[in-house]
Design a protein around this ligand. Structure first.
Ligand code: FMN
Length: 188
């Protein structure tokens, strides 16, 4: 069965980002695909240290749990990532994870190519578009296929739970997750 990996970049175990990914999970599973939901809340993901030891080795030289995430992402058909917005940008740990996953893919078997997915940005008010675009850079430089939705994948909410009250945002993400599943099924 095709699998979609979902990565939450929030330090909150059950924060808005996780709750929004819960909606994605629901839709992807409804479409008959398998989901692997990963949270960075219990991890501390370092930035790439530019050692280039990933070249040819297929893994990252840093031992902080990222290789275990890569092992789940590599065989999956889809990848959806979601981040809380911090000072107008996607949270650092999530971007660090994406940059290192990208380096390992690019310098080895390009396992990210043709995966279907995209980003979701969650914030109280400001910086959602820039964070969404920031994360899109990762998808497009890695030959990934990003379906659209009825709006961009941006959700508003501050305290955990508030994001689920953003009806337009939730509907957009729901449709996006459906489109990820539709596309994976068409491609496979
Ligand atoms: C360090 C920090 C910086 C933040 N910066 C922004 C920001 O630039 N714009 C915004 O709208 N919300 C900002 N927020 C609020 C969070 O994006 C918002 O509470 C979000 O729902 C958190 O998602 P989570 O519950 O999944 O962690 C910030 C929160 C923190 C802790």
């Amino acid at each position: 069965m095709a699998k979609v990996v979902l990565i939450s970049g929030s330090p909150r175990k059950n924060g808005n980002t996780m709750q929004v990914l819960g909606v994605c999970k629901e839709e992807v599973e409804k479409a008959g695909l398998e989901v692997d939901l990963i949270s960075l809340h219990d991890k501390s993901i370092r930035s790439c240290i530019a050692c280039y030891k990933c070249v040819g080795s297929g893994k990252c030289s840093l031992d902080d749990g990222l290789n275990e995430i890569i092992a789940k992402v590599r065989p999956a058909e889809g990848l959806i990532v979601a981040a809380p917005v911090y000072f107008g940008t996607a949270r650092g740990d999530l971007m660090s994870a994406l940059q290192r996953i990208g380096m390992v893919s690019y310098n080895n078997d390009k396992f990210l190519s043709w995966k279907v997915g995209g980003p979701v940005a969650v914030a109280r008010r400001g910086g959602v578009s820039s964070s969404y675009q920031e994360m899109l850079m990762f998808f497009f430089i890695n030959e990934m296929i990003v379906p659209g939705s009825t709006y961009w994948n941006i959700i508003f909410g501050k305290q955990p739970g508030e994001a689920l009250n953003d009806a337009e945002g939730i509907n957009t993400v729901r449709r996006f997750a459906q489109n990820v599943a539709v596309l994976i099924k068409k491609l496979n």
